[in-house]
Design a protein around this ligand. Structure first.
Ligand SMILES: [Ca+2]
Length: 132
């Protein structure tokens, strides 16, 4: 049996795949495949040849990221800037958390500014530009 050597090559990390399987949305920094693929909401593809990140709980995923149990200690906040949008990213052992600032809400995992006018119907009376 061959010993598995930790693959620390750094490559481009992509956070989404197109429908035809092309890597999209590259992260600004180069990462090892493990850092790219094993964190929470991290990469979907890695490297110049766009190797797909293995799906959770597959053998390939276990080989890359470690066996069952929690995710390896990966700081998603550092590896993927803006992972929380406008919010503050807090790294945790099992992933990360987004703390949204006042006036922001968590939407699809990202902190976004609340448009009070739209969300809460605060602005049912609209100002007429001519009267201001
Ligand atoms: Ca983490």
């Amino acid at each position: 049996m061959r010993l598995r050597v930790l693959d620390a090559r750094q490559g481009t990390c992509y956070t989404s795949l197109s429908r035809s399987g092309q890597c999209r949305n590259r992260l600004p920094m180069r990462l090892s495949k493990k850092d790219c693929c094993c964190g929470m909401n991290m990469g979907k593809g890695w490297g110049e040849d766009c190797e797909f990140c293995p799906f959770n709980s597959t053998d390939a995923h276990k080989r890359l990221c470690g066996s069952d149990g929690p995710l390896p200690l990966i700081n998603e906040c550092v590896l993927r800037p803006n992972i929380c949008g406008q919010g503050a990213c807090v790294d945790t052992d099992d992933g990360y958390r987004c703390d949204c600032h006042t006036g922001n809400v968590l939407k699809n995992g990202v902190c976004e500014d609340v448009d009070e006018c739209r969300e809460l119907n605060y602005c049912q009376v609209r100002l007429e530009p001519n009267l201001v």
